[in-house]
Design a protein around this ligand. Structure first.
Ligand SMILES: Cc1ncc(COP(=O)(O)O)c(C=O)c1O
Length: 464
């Protein structure tokens, strides 16, 4: 399709984001690639933001966007929510300090709230990110089972460390058979040993998973998955129930990584929707109200491997402590259970307890509106997802896993996304959409209008 040069999405982007371009040039002299998290990068350069308010972001050029990235899903109450600001200020005033470095009440208050929503969390620990949460879950599983390989699913992301940085976004040509995928590294600096120790499973294919798991039954201690891949491709019920049964039989710890799905698909996460009890759960993002946090919780006997004992303190210099250290799974962190962050998280949960259904219904309105716009032009598109997350997938086929997603029309989706940026609709190109309590019918209407303009420009007007 011929697009006039001035209408080319990248040209329009460059025209509207000159200050971002300038800033990113400067940033390259400070941070590798100009970013402090690789995920923030996209071509030709990421938009540099200056202000957030409710559902909106304003960039350094003064462009205003309706934000559907919401800090990769973390901000389920939108930007700068009054109740969150108040909660952290009150916590600070009440405590008289930002950090105790000792147990405090809110750790238990928040923990009980989490346990009521996630009954599988018989005991829990706080961490400072989702990455740390999945890492702790995997370490707990290894300590408990004394089996040191893990199995993860093709296309699933669990954070930025070697053990799980395999086959997150592999080239299908190199990734081996669909029912027995090979582990492909997603980073430099990975060892052959690490590659052997991470086994890759195909999502939503129970027979294939069972075969692989049985083959490695004496080596795999943990099976970790996003119960909805990327937060939006649901496991089928028979798959997730079957996986629960087989991991139990083979004495593998089943870890639900609900860093994206926690609170976003339902207050109790995907596990409440499926009625499946994982052995361990990792939470992050929404549960910190926009601040860095993670939670790991699960079966008491597994979690208790991390309980300190007088005879096993890694920082105790006495000889008796040294002898017991190997009996405890050491987990620590200066900032774990940070009071202001827990206050923000608790206020977020309390607000969502009242408002989550309205976030879901506004999300459904947007999904339906978008499907109608594509369908009126005869373009196959599915708004795949549940609760407050979905992705725009250009396909008419069923989407069950990573390979299905790769077969959708990603280049057209990317072109649409670049055009939408110039229309003031923000998400990182190709990313999923997350909504918040700040998104109202007004923002949905503006978004559908912007989509309509972009689709008309690219494909012509609606035919019916
Ligand atoms: C499912 C999942 N697990 C783990 C992580 C890592 O969380 P964090 O970025 O807070 O370290 C993410 C982040 O996107 C995620 O989506």
């Amino acid at each position: 399709m011929a697009i006039e040069r001035t209408h080319h999405p990248v040209m329009m982007f460059l025209e509207k984001t000159k200050a971002s371009a300038q800033f990113m040039k400067e940033a390259e002299h400070v941070m590798p690639g100009g970013v402090t998290a690789n995920i923030k990068h996209f071509a030709p350069y990421p938009i540099v933001m200056k202000k957030g308010s409710g559902a909106y972001l304003t960039d350094v050029d003064g462009n205003v966007y309706i934000d559907y990235l919401l800090a990769y899903g973390a901000l389920m109450l939108g930007h700068g929510h009054q109740a969150i600001q108040q909660a952290i200020m009150e916590q600070l005033q009440q405590d008289g300090t930002v950090l105790f470095g000792a147990p405090h009440e809110l750790e238990v208050t928040m923990g009980k709230r989490l346990q009521s929503l996630y009954p599988s969390m018989e005991r829990l620990r706080y961490t400072n990110s989702g990455t740390e949460a999945t890492l702790l879950a995997i370490r707990l599983a290894a300590a408990y089972t004394e089996k040191f390989k893990i199995a993860k699913f093709e296309g699933h992301y669990h954070g930025g460390y070697n053990q799980v940085l395999y086959s997150v976004n592999p080239s299908i040509e190199a990734a081996g058979p669909a029912d027995e995928p090979v582990a492909l590294p997603e980073s430099m600096g990975m060892t052959d040993g690490e590659q052997r120790d991470t086994i890759i499973l195909p999502f939503n294919d129970l027979d294939a998973c069972e075969k692989i798991l049985r083959k490695h039954k004496d080596e795999i201690g943990a099976v970790i998955l996003e119960p909805m891949q990327g937060g939006f491709i649901p496991a089928t019920e028979s798959f997730i129930k079957g996986l629960r049964a087989v991991t139990k039989e083979l004495e593998m710890v089943l870890i639900f990584d609900e860093v994206k799905t926690g609170f976003r698909v339902g207050l109790g996460g995907a596990q409440a929707i499926y009625g499946v009890r994982p052995d361990l759960t990792a939470l992050g993002k929404v549960v910190g109200g926009g601040f860095p946090v993670g939670v790991v919780g699960g079966a008491k006997d597994i979690m208790m491997t991390s309980a300190p004992r007088a005879s096993a303190d890694v920082f105790d210099s006495s000889q008796s402590a040294k002898s017991g250290a190997k009996e405890v799974l050491f987990h620590s962190g200066t900032y774990n259970g940070h009071p202001m962050i827990l206050a923000a998280g608790l206020k977020t949960i309390m607000t969502l307890e009242e408002k989550i259904t309205s976030v879901f219904s506004i999300t459904d309105t947007l999904k339906e509106g978008l499907e109608a716009l594509f369908s009126a032009r005869g373009i196959p598109m599915k708004a795949v997802g549940s609760g407050s997350i979905f992705s725009v997938v250009l396909t008419d086929r069923e989407i069950l896993n990573y390979r299905d997603l790769q077969r959708a029309d990603l280049s057209t989706r990317k072109m649409i996304d670049m055009n939408l940026l110039s229309e003031g609709i923000y998400t990182k190109p190709l990313n999923r959409y997350s909504l918040s309590t700040a998104h109202t019918s007004n923002e949905i209407e503006q978004t559908l209008d912007a989509y309509d303009r972009v689709l008309t420009k690219l494909f012509g007007g609606a035919t019916s």
